[in-house]
Write a protein that binds this ligand. Structure first.
Ligand code: TRP
Length: 340
């Protein structure tokens, strides 16, 4: 039986944090190691440029950082194809053809794009590339004939738009070359969404409330020690709250089966009174470090030779180009624009 194709990627606009790890990276490693899947993972630098056109240096720097993040969590270029979007010109070409099948009104209705436009404060100056990025995302997905696209819930509208484009293309050109993908979403709203250390519902670079995969241990400690707990838990003997207390929220996420008893006892003790925040934070630091220390070690190892990291990306991009080129030629044949 042929393998299911998985495609997923990130905009390289900074380093990846624990929210990315819990929300996607950890899961990608699991998927990568299953025989029935073949995975493509890419750095969506062209998509990042749609709202960072004048800050391309951020993107360049992030390419190296995110590649290191990928390698250090265990994404393996001998199992998965890891590549850079801008190095696959076929994607831009596909985008051009798909744009003719999507109305401006449809683009303006995409709820995620709408929210982003409001957040970014473009005003009257929305870059047209930004408005159409869902179409370029459809090109990313369809170029590899991906069946499955593991993404967060905010990406549902992109998958929906991709599916519409596939149906429209196949119908218009009486073909079946394009494959309709399925999104693979987190089980529920909270799964896959790690709150920030300040208690904000979302860990995000712009809120400055993250713990990064590239943080050294001192930095992780500093961030854990500054975590939002229960503001009413002032003296050690006061009873404390578990709900909304980031230390316990993180313990629930990062604790393993063998930690369950300790965590349950700590919760009880904390609620009863007599357990201080410094103690719970020290324990959380231990739990986080168990996960982060090996990642950090691998990162330092890979970072010694960035030339090698970029060669890995180059090889991945070459392999990805082969696949995208094949799809593009099928697309052009279906459209009847294969003249020679
Ligand atoms: N839009 C995605 C994000 O912001 C990144 C992305 C671009 C992507 N193209 C994709 C994800 C194709 C999955 C498939 O995170």
């Amino acid at each position: 039986m042929s393998k299911q194709i998985i495609l997923t990627g990130d905009r390289p606009t900074g380093k990846l944090h624990l929210g990315h790890y819990i929300g996607s990276l950890r899961n990608r490693v699991l998927l990568q190691n299953e025989d029935k899947y073949q995975m493509f993972i890419f750095l969506a630098d062209q998509q990042a440029l749609t709202d960072h056109a004048k800050e391309s240096e951020i993107i360049k720097e992030s390419i190296g950082n995110v590649a290191l993040d990928y390698l250090s969590v265990g994404l393996d270029p001998s199992k998965s194809t890891i590549f850079i979007q801008s190095q696959i010109p076929e994607l831009a070409e596909l985008t051009m053809y798909y744009l003719n099948l999507v109305s401006v009104a449809r683009l303006e209705r995409n709820p995620t794009v709408k929210t982003e436009i409001a957040q970014k404060g473009f005003g009257e100056s929305i870059p047209s590339g930004f408005l159409v990025y869902p179409v370029s995302q459809a090109a990313d997905i369809t170029a590899f004939k991906a069946n499955l696209v593991p993404v967060g819930n905010d990406q549902k509208p992109m998958i929906e738009q991709t599916r519409e484009i596939v149906r429209s293309f196949n119908h218009t050109y009486k073909t079946d070359v394009l494959v309709e993908p399925e999104g693979l979403y987190p089980e529920n709203e909270t799964a896959g969404r790690l709150p920030g250390i300040d208690g904000n519902a979302k860990m995000s670079k712009s809120l400055g409330n993250g713990i990064y995969l590239s943080d050294d241990m001192d930095m992780v400690k500093k961030r854990v020690m500054s975590m939002y707990t229960d503001p009413k838990h002032i003296r050690v003997e006061d009873p404390g709250q578990i709900e909304g207390n980031m230390v316990f929220t993180y313990l629930d996420v990062f604790g393993r089966d063998e930690d369950a008893n300790t965590i349950a006892e700590m919760k009880e003790h904390y609620q009863r009174g007599g357990l201080g925040d410094v103690k719970t934070k020290r324990y959380l630091l231990e739990i986080l470090e168990r996960e982060l220390a090996p990642i950090r070690e691998r990162r330092l190892e890979y970072a010694k030779d960035m030339g090698e990291v970029f060669r890995m990306l180059e090889k991945g991009s070459q392999a990805a180009r082969q696949v995208a080129g094949q799809t593009l030629s099928e697309v052009k044949s279906a459209m009847g624009i294969n003249y020679f």
